[in-house]
Design a protein around this ligand. Structure first.
Ligand SMILES: [Ca+2]
Ligand SMILES: [Ca+2]
Length: 483
């Protein structure tokens, strides 16, 4: 933890929360232009599921007006990486501050909260908040992996922590069944009314919570189920897009996999989805892209409702809003749907943080950071007693006060033992367990078309980046699922 910032309101130099707290305790009238606020800031996490960095990096045509609005008063991290490009391990990691290579939790399945000795003992961020006197309120898809009775109660004060699931699901006429895995029957595109969506119900619950007055600082985790499949959303979000204007992603190249190692190719398309929706069916491909765009704009609409509730209920000045996605999403690039890869499409995620009073709000940070950094950021920001576990990330707080700050470390994403990638400002280096690897110059080649690892003169670049791949990896939990 950085010395000297803890105890300052929101950690931003210039405003000392202890002074404000002392004024309150002595019942001294504050100056009319000096708001008196709780000592500890409130914190809200909005966790998107499978949302790409649209509107932040590429593909500006996808409509995220509320995220755009938030970004005008927030810091946007344009190269934020998830710790693992899958729902469960990503969330288990950033909610504990422990990297997958220390917990053994690299992929979905495997009951991480019971089977990982590290995560069994670790304090999740909500557990830490509660121990530090916060009221914790959770709704929706938060951890992905179920927690046993007892532990979920240690995480959240509210009841129920309604999750809701991925529904509503399309009917048979709107589904595409994978020929490779007939159990993947939820894959489809269809409109439904608002009332059927858990995201609407859960966002409503958070809005109701924000209308209540509290004398305790709070932490809210709202986990939205969209834009994750199935691509069901209310009709008006489909109507935001003209189907005739949907195009195949510009990052797609039919021959892109020619220079990709076999190990990487084996990770692709485990359900055969791209085979039935992709290059041989361009109309169907565009139809599914339309569905993903509609679900992204739907998720953004719920975000907008939450931001309005924060501001309209007087929490705007003392509440930090963190918007992130657990992983990115391929829409056919590298002949692949969804995630489960170590390229930018899976590993780079939206990360937007509104830190009231930051002089850098409205700016972009292009330095790679990780969702792993959120936990130590929050510990510093809120002045929390540290958790029992060793934290793997670095506090992001300097990014909110020092323009041009650069700790100089690439961001790490792991998908298994000896299966990991690092992302620097210029390059992505990927290492596979069989010793094969990839190297891309993101500045010159943002879609990672040309693997440079065997190009003359690139040995030194690869060697430097390889230093940031962990020297050892925890043994993977049994029972994992790579999807
Ligand atoms: Ca996800
Ligand atoms: Ca290629």
């Amino acid at each position: 933890m950085k010395e000297g910032t803890t105890g300052k309101r929101l950690g931003i130099p210039g405003l000392d929360v202890l002074s404000l707290g002392a004024l309150t305790a002595l019942s001294m009238p504050a100056c009319s232009d000096t708001p008196v606020r709780p000592e500890k800031p409130n914190v809200i996490f909005v966790i998107m599921d499978d949302m790409n960095d649209y509107g932040i990096g590429r593909q500006e045509k996808v409509l995220t007006p509320h995220l755009d609005r938030l970004r005008s008063s927030a810091v946007t991290f344009t190269s934020a990486c998830c710790p693992s490009p899958l729902c469960m391990p990503s969330r288990a990691s950033f909610f504990t501050g422990v990297f997958p290579h220390h917990s053994g939790v690299y992929a979905n399945g495997g009951d991480p909260w019971n089977n990982s000795e590290v995560l069994k003992k670790a304090e999740t961020l909500p557990e830490l908040f509660r121990r530090n006197g916060y009221y914790t309120f959770g709704r929706g898809k938060i951890y992905h992996a179920k927690m046993e009775a007892g532990r979920i109660e240690r995480n959240f004060d509210n009841r129920p922590v309604f999750e809701g699931g991925f529904g509503p699901f399309p009917d048979d006429a709107h589904r595409v069944f994978s020929e490779k895995d007939v159990f993947q029957q939820f894959w489809g595109v269809q409109a439904f009314p608002d009332s059927l969506f858990p995201d609407v119900i859960n966002t409503d619950a958070v809005i109701d919570f924000l209308k209540q007055k509290r004398d305790q600082p709070f932490f809210v985790a709202l986990g939205l189920w969209r834009p994750h499949t199935p691509f069901t959303a209310p009709q008006r979000f489909f109507d935001c897009y003209n189907p005739d204007e949907i195009v195949i992603p510009e990052g797609y190249r039919a021959d892109d996999l020619d220079d990709v190692p076999g190990f990487a190719q084996d990770l692709l398309d485990p359900f055969g989805r791209f085979a039935v929706t992709g290059a041989e069916n361009p109309d169907r491909w565009k139809h599914f892209i339309h569905g993903y765009y509609a679900c992204t704009t739907f998720a953004d609409w719920n975000l907008g409702r939450l931001i309005d509730a924060v501001d309209q209920n007087g929490y705007g000045d003392n509440t930090v809003i963190v918007v992130l996605s657990d992983n990115g999403f391929h829409l056919g690039t590298k002949n692949h749907w969804e995630k489960n890869t170590l390229w930018d499409a899976s590993a780079v995620v939206p990360l937007v943080i509104r830190m009231p009073d930051s002089p850098l709000n409205g700016k972009k940070v292009e330095v790679p950071v990780g969702l792993i950094d959120l936990y130590p950021t929050i510990v510093e920001l809120c002045g929390l007693q540290p958790p029992v576990q060793q934290l793997d990330g670095q506090s992001l707080m300097p990014f909110f006060s020092q323009e041009g700050y650069d700790p100089g470390c690439p961001a790490l994403t792991s998908l298994g033992e000896n299966l990991a990638a690092v992302r620097s400002k210029q390059y992505r280096y990927i290492q596979y367990p069989d010793g094969t690897n990839e190297l891309y110059d993101i500045r010159q080649d943002p879609y990672e078309w040309k693997n440079l690892v065997n190009e003359p003169g690139m040995d030194q670049v690869a060697k430097e980046l390889r230093k940031y791949i962990p020297a050892s990896f925890a043994k993977e939990l049994p029972g994992i699922r790579r999807n």
